[in-house]
Design a protein around this ligand. Structure first.
Ligand code: MCN
Length: 764
């Protein structure tokens, strides 16, 4: 029996290229004769456009054309979320009104790339300012300006009925704690900013190169935006330098580049600057949550309520829908007898909100984990003890929650126990007690977060699905076509491992292709950490079906009964049982007739990875500075196919999630001007702000796919944020601090300490 490569630490096959010649990103493509698009973006958050004068820009050297909404023959983009009024649609170039700083207002097209920036500065837009609605609470108040007067209010979507919230939900609880907390807006900030290149051929067919998370989804969005048939559009996905949820589908700018190429009859291209990216690409999170938790003094949680206000930004995109996922996962891993949640998404004069690593689930975890800590603090019990008391017991059969989520399998108490053990929880508490007793300036905080999340969600009939084609070549190599779309997750390596395992073809002779809609017309792309459990399972299925096809052909060739053939994986060949000399290889069979199989794998349903994170922080009580000392995590994603890649995903995710707790925030001033539109102002996490993470292993397989795998791509982000936030507050709990909103910047920490000491003085 050959040794399985599944579960082994195969080094990423993509890396030699990335580390030597480098990737080829959209902006690296050579496109002879291409003109360059530069967008003129709104400098004000909310205004009527009185006039736009492009004449000075047109007179600049190299300027080919300048366009405004009046020139366009493109449809208004409807909101991406069902149920949202179509009146909240976005004109690709602002038409009459601008609703956020950074909204495209006009476009200048030039021969040379840098001519555009100068010319765009000369486009004269006369704005008649309208009151800006920047804060989501104001937007929801009914007293602020209304962004879309035809709709009559700023409410884009509601989830659940606030009037149906039960007045008696907390009856019988000895302790009830309530608090409004902020899950702040953050920027995805992928290393590669947005870009596009477009070329129409003589037959009116468009090829568009766009960095994205799924070429097929981008094709359908873009076709709708351009008002063309999907068959007239080919999307090619070059290398993608990170996406974090924000490169799904297509943005108005992508459609405008394609439109300009058609209008001007020549290829067109665009690549945005970092500054444009920070104001133009969708942001993430942006919820205000009111959490109420009640229970008994022995630590039993009896009731939980979550009321969500979601800031959707200026135009409702996926952000308007995020609360649905937050509500679905509201009770997390806990057995709470009574729980309810409602939400409202509102529009504001800010950058639209979209998916950001975790998309709705980190918000659910942050809310319930803060609630558990507030409850534990109120009754004076250890937060670990309160968690242990309320976690669902281990289960192997699906468990349906009050919100309709069907958790496939889980052992939450084991994850908590493992994480506490790996962290040395008892010793940490002892060290904390010592520092508290000596009134050390640097206090120690220990924060916990238990989570369960949903991966691979999808509403497809018959269950979420993905396709893969596997073809063996006469030279002994193989090609895989996949409907997933890696942009840092390492699918080339793992998809090759999965095929190699079945076919006996070495990994380095297997090529993985994705992201070309002519080659792979169907596919769900990469998001919601769906890829391995659906796309990887499809690769395995196609490989196995290919062996079945090959067996029949080998039987014909060897004049043997197919049942008498043994497939020798090590030799990638069939042999007749008992007669090893009578054999034929897959490569030989492929030489006679093309040998390939396309398979569609359908899952039983989404899977629910889970885990526990323990964060250890030091907080300087004089300056408010937080230092993250340790992150110890258990992230159970079922069977792990490549631990090296799964750990890489955990590391990246943990860093990103921790950053939300103490560093990152998109900030606007009261007029809606972005204050964080460069990396000098937006403190994106780097390796210097985080320690090396301590990852403990745990694997509770799912039965929903033959790999036993759940998703890991977002788990780190989901578990880490509340653990770090809770740790920071825990460090100061003995000084009377109960809550600090994220990010816990030195200023916020210091202010919380001042407020706590002021109230304790007043109480004396
Ligand atoms: N894996 C594994 N065993 C498991 C689960 C996963 O070996 N049980 C491996 C997979 O083979 C794959 C990787 O881990 O190589 C991640 O797989 P999966 O959990 O299926 O997630 P996806 O590939 O679908 O990735 C999506 C997820 C999302 S939604 C965001 S957002 C995100 C993320 O991945 N954005 C990223 N990780 C990112 N990583 C990088 N570098 N850049 C981004 O933009």
């Amino acid at each position: 029996m050959p040794v399985s490569i599944l579960g082994t630490r195969v080094i990423r096959t993509e890396d030699p290229r990335f580390l030597t010649t480098g990737g080829i990103y959209t902006d690296d493509l050579r496109l002879p004769g291409a003109c360059h698009v530069q967008f003129v973006r709104s400098a004000v958050a909310h205004a009527r456009i009185v006039s736009i004068d492009v004449s000075a820009a047109l007179a600049e050297p190299g300027v080919i054309a300048a366009f405004t909404a009046a020139d366009l023959d493109l449809p208004v983009l409807p909101p991406a979320v069902p149920g949202v009024s179509s009146q909240m649609g976005q004109s690709p170039l602002a038409d009459g009104v601008v609703r956020f700083v950074g909204e495209p207002v006009a476009m200048v097209v030039t021969e040379g790339r840098y001519q555009g920036e100068d010319a765009a500065d000369l486009v004269d837009v006369d704005y008649d300012p309208l009151p800006a609605v920047v804060d989501m609470t104001d937007a929801a108040s009914g007293e602020s300006a209304v962004l879309f007067p035809a709709v009559g209010s700023n409410v884009a979507a509601t989830f659940g009925d606030p009037a149906a919230l039960k007045a008696d939900l907390f009856d019988g609880c000895e302790v009830v704690v309530s608090r409004t907390i902020v899950n702040q807006r953050v920027a995805p900030a992928p290393m590669e900013t947005r870009a596009a290149a477009a070329q129409w051929d003589g037959d009116g067919r468009l090829t568009a190169w766009i960095p994205n998370q799924g070429a097929q989804g981008t094709r359908s969005s873009l076709a709708a935006m351009l008002g063309i048939d999907q068959a007239a559009l080919r999307i090619i996905t070059p290398d993608v330098g990170g996406a974090f949820g924000a490169k799904f589908g297509a943005d108005p700018e992508h459609a405008l580049v394609c439109w300009a190429a058609r209008r001007l009859g020549r290829p067109a291209r665009w690549a945005e600057t970092r500054n444009e990216n920070l104001v133009g690409m969708t942001h993430g999170r942006a919820q205000r949550q009111t959490i109420t938790i009640g229970g008994s003094r022995d630590g039993t949680v009896q009731a939980y309520r979550l009321e969500i206000l979601q800031d959707a930004g200026a135009y409702p995109r996926f952000g308007a829908f995020l609360p649905a996922l937050t509500i679905l996962m509201a009770p997390g891993p806990y057995a709470i007898g009574r729980a309810e949640a409602v939400a409202k998404s509102v529009v504001t004069n800010t950058t639209p909100v979209g998916a950001y690593r975790g998309a709705g689930r980190p918000e659910a975890t942050a809310a319930v984990e803060r609630a558990i800590d507030l409850f534990a603090a109120e009754i004076g019990l250890d937060p670990a003890e309160v968690r242990a008391k309320n976690l669902l017991p281990p289960f192997t059969q699906p468990h349906t929650t009050a919100f309709g989520a069907v958790y496939d399998s889980g052992d939450y108490p084991a994850a908590l126990a493992k994480a506490l053990d790996a962290a040395g929880y008892g010793d940490l508490r002892a060290e904390q007690a010592k520092r508290r007793a000596s009134a050390d300036v640097t206090q120690l905080g220990i924060g916990l977060s238990c989570y369960v999340e949903i991966t691979g969600p999808g509403a497809e009939e018959g269950g979420p699905r993905e396709n893969a084609t596997v073809e063996v070549h006469p030279d002994g190599g193989a090609t895989i076509l996949t409907g997933t779309s890696p942009h840092g997750q390492g699918h080339e390596t793992v998809w090759a491992m999965l095929a190699s395992e079945e076919l006996g073809i070495p990994i380095d002779k297997i090529t993985v292709k994705w992201g070309d809609t002519d080659l792979i017309p169907e596919g769900g792309g990469t998001g919601g950490s769906r890829s391995l459990q659906q796309g990887g399972a499809a690769v395995q299925q196609a490989s196995r079906e290919l062996i079945d096809v090959a067996r029949q052909r080998a039987a014909d060739e060897l004049e043997a009964n197919p049942d008498d053939l043994v497939f020798d994986v090590a030799g990638s060949a069939f042999a007749v049982a008992g007669d090893p000399d009578a054999s034929v290889s897959l490569a030989h069979l492929a030489g006679q007739e093309r040998l390939f199989v396309r398979a569609v794998f359908r899952t039983t349903g989404p899977t629910f990875p889970f885990g526990t994170h323990v964060a250890v922080v030091e907080v300087d009580t004089e300056t408010g500075k937080v230092t993250l000392r340790r992150m110890v995590t258990v992230d159970d994603a079922g069977t792990v196919i490549n631990p090296l890649l799964a750990e890489g995903q955990r590391h990246g995710g943990i860093a990103q999630g921790a950053a939300q707790a103490f560093l990152e925030e998109v900030v606007y001033d009261a007029d809606g001007n972005p204050m964080t539109s460069s990396f000098a102002d937006y403190p994106m996490v780097s390796a210097t702000e985080v320690p090396s993470f301590e990852l403990a292993d745990m694997a509770t397989p799912t039965t929903y796919n033959p790999l036993g795998a759940k998703g890991i791509g977002e788990a780190g982000t989901i578990g880490s944020t509340p653990a770090v936030q809770n740790a920071i507050i825990d460090a100061l709990a003995h000084l009377g601090v109960r809550h600090i909103d994220m990010p816990a910047s030195p200023l916020r920490v210091w202010q919380a300490l001042r407020a706590a000491s002021a109230s304790s003085l007043a109480a004396r």
